[in-house]
Design a protein around this ligand. Structure first.
Ligand code: XMP
Ligand code: MG
Length: 183
């Protein structure tokens, strides 16, 4: 669905599907150059990063492998609890591998900083982060993110994989959720 299909649920469209695709193509070019001659494992963080992973990975003109991790720090709330739980671990061994974590959004940064430490402790050769969105005003911990799509304001956003209580993931655009939906 598009933002125009749910006008009452959103207060503003931040990014259209077209803008997102253009940005992912740009980031793919950077990644291809940076990882020349290296084997890359893309690790998507479920469920929010599904769309980013699908579209980003298909912009890469080379072989990669993909794995998925499911962690949870939000539940049905719009704030991070800071407590990260592994719901699904990696299927593959990342020892000695070049890992690129693919994320939908860096909000407080708590989830990612936890993941970065976790992956480093498994002996990955390198661990970098690609995030479609980042909220600079919400960050509670400094996270080194090599590839960032867009810096956005500190509002709760939905769409393009991002949900509120499991809804809106299939919205093609990224939009600000209207406050009346969650308050
Ligand atoms: P943190 O705060 O740990 O965020 O950087 C971790 C995960 O929480 C989700 N998240 C959001 N989901 N709208 C959403 O639909 C948002 O504005 C939002 N902020 C954080 C997201 O999955 C992120 O990876
Ligand atoms: Mg996520």
């Amino acid at each position: 669905m598009r933002a125009a299909d749910i006008p009452d649920d959103i207060s503003e469209v931040l990014l259209t599907e077209e803008q997102i695709h253009e940005k992912l193509a740009e980031l793919a070019q950077l990644v291809v150059a940076d990882y020349a001659g290296k084997e890359v494992v893309l690790v998507g963080v479920l469920k929010g990063a599904v769309m980013v992973m699908a579209d980003f990975a298909r912009h890469l003109p080379r072989h990669i492998t993909m794995d998925w991790m499911a962690v949870s720090s939000y539940g049905a709330s719009t704030r991070s609890s800071g407590v990260v739980q592994i719901r699904k671990d990696l299927d593959t061994d990342i020892t000695g591998k070049h890992v690129l974590i693919v994320e939908d959004i860096i909000d407080s940064g708590l989830t990612l900083s936890w993941l970065l430490e976790n992956f480093a402790s498994r002996g990955a050769e390198s661990v970098e982060v690609l995030a479609l969105l980042r909220k600079p005003d919400a960050m509670k911990v400094e996270v080194d993110c090599r590839y960032v799509g867009f810096d956005i304001p500190n509002d709760f956003v939905i769409g393009y994989g991002l949900d509120y209580a499991e809804k809106y993931r299939n919205l093609r655009d990224v939009a600000v959720l209207a406050p009346h939906v969650y308050s």
